[in-house]
Design a protein around this ligand. Structure first.
Ligand SMILES: Cc1cc2nc3c(=O)[nH]c(=O)nc-3n(C[C@H](O)[C@H](O)[C@H](O)COP(=O)(O)OP(=O)(O)OC[C@H]3O[C@@H](n4cnc5c(N)ncnc54)[C@H](O)[C@@H]3O)c2cc1C
Length: 368
């Protein structure tokens, strides 16, 4: 039986471990922290392919993964970690042509994107201030969803464990065990070596730090994102909303999660997130213009997440050249992409057959 070590128990590692275990591998998952405690735990977690300008192969990957999320949710009995509510987007009048162009591009690619009236928007989202929305066209993306990534990762790992996988949290990988150019396992912080036929690097934003050797080092260009959480509020917000004032969605128990991309440029890894920050108060004032019932509501929590962003923005999936026994699955949009990447990676690792869907995303493009 093939022994595979998966480094990282985030969305990507958990989905990969599940599919590897299903494919008959003997799987050990190692995480330095807890399940979903990395970027997956600080994600807006919007399942989408809403940017009509990404390369066609990347769009195809994302939409195939959106469909797999739906299948997975059915397979897991419509779990409460998957929210297929759909997304709504509108813009200020001067930005409407850009939105129209994007919707046109998405429709040409077969993406579920349509226009709805402002009246329909206000029926779907009655808490919005009609005057603040204004008289602009509203795009509706009915197949978009969001995920609760940590319970999702937990469910994938429970399913993997039921198939014989071992999940070891609070277990940091310190380096690779090597024989010549072959990865033969991993070494742990306490000096123990765990053998494997294949080691899969799913360490997300830390993927570049797992192995020091230049031949193993995965290039990343991480950026930071800023999430703001309201306390529970008695509102009817039910969809992903992309509005000029804020991007937001429900986050369970009445809380809303806001993602603020403008401010994110000013965030560094050292920024200490605090609901009292003036920027956070500005975000709350902005969203309260759109949703008047939020007037005077203070943010309950703020989190900064670091995106595992490859230098060209595209996924890095596959074997690393000249390093046998070493496979990488690192990506931005890992919430959207995890079911598909996990499935394709597991199939490639267990059969040795490359999948053409991953041809444009190979680590080799960084290892010349
Ligand atoms: C603010 C923000 C918003 C986002 N919004 C979206 C979105 O709307 N839609 C979307 O699809 N994506 C979104 N993303 C991106 C998405 O969250 C990530 O791509 C995804 O979570 C990556 O998952 P992962 O499993 O690869 O990494 P992680 O969840 O970070 O998991 C990696 C794991 O590896 C472990 N690890 C690291 N080093 C070691 C080691 N040496 N030994 C053992 N374990 C180790 C860590 O402890 C961690 O648990 C967003 C990201 C951010 C920051």
């Amino acid at each position: 039986m093939m022994q595979v070590i998966v480094i990282g128990a985030g969305a990507v590692g958990a989905a990969t471990a599940f599919r590897l275990a299903q494919a008959g591998a003997r799987v050990t998952v190692l995480d330095a922290g807890r399940i979903g405690g990395g970027t997956s735990g600080t994600s807006f977690a919007w399942i989408n392919s809403a940017n009509g300008e990404v390369p066609p192969a990347y769009h195809a990957l994302r939409t195939a993964s959106m469909a797999l999320h739906r299948e997975l949710a059915a397979e897991f009995g419509n779990p409460d970690w998957y929210h297929p509510a759909g997304g709504l987007q509108w813009m200020r009048p001067e930005q409407v042509p850009a939105l129209e162009d994007n919707v046109r591009r998405l429709q040409a690619r077969g993406y579920a994107a349509e226009w709805i009236t402002r009246t329909r928007l206000l029926e779907m989202e009655p808490d919005l201030d009609p005057d603040v929305v204004g008289d602009v066209p509203v795009a509706w993306f009915p197949e978009e969803a969001w995920l609760d990534p940590v319970p999702y990762a937990g469910a994938m790992l429970r399913a993997a464990s039921a198939l014989g996988a071992e999940v070891r949290i609070h277990t940091r990988v310190a380096g690779m065990a090597m024989q010549g150019s072959r990865v033969t396992g991993v070494t742990l912080a306490d000096g123990t070596t765990l053998p494997a036929d294949t080691v899969v690097n799913c360490a997300g934003r830390w993927a570049d730090a797992v192995a020091e050797d230049a031949g193993l080092r995965i290039p990343l260009a991480p950026t930071h994102g800023f999430l703001v959480f309201t306390p529970p509020v008695a509102l009817a917000v039910a969809h992903l909303l992309h509005a000029p004032e804020a991007n937001l969605r429900p986050d369970g128990a009445g809380r809303l999660m806001l993602v603020w991309n403008d401010f994110a440029a000013a965030v560094t890894a050292d920024t200490k997130p605090d609901p009292a920050m003036p920027e956070v108060q500005a975000i709350m004032r902005s969203v309260a213009r759109l949703i008047p019932a939020l007037a005077g509501v203070e943010a309950e929590a703020v989190r900064i997440g670091t995106r595992p962003l490859p230098p060209d923005g595209l996924s890095i999936v596959g074997p690393v050249p000249r390093m046998e026994g070493y496979y990488v699955a690192v990506t931005h949009s890992g919430i959207t992409l995890s079911p598909l990447l996990g499935k394709l990676a597991a199939a490639e690792i267990t059969t040795g057959r490359p999948d053409p869907a991953l041809a444009a995303f190979r680590p080799a493009r960084f290892f010349n």
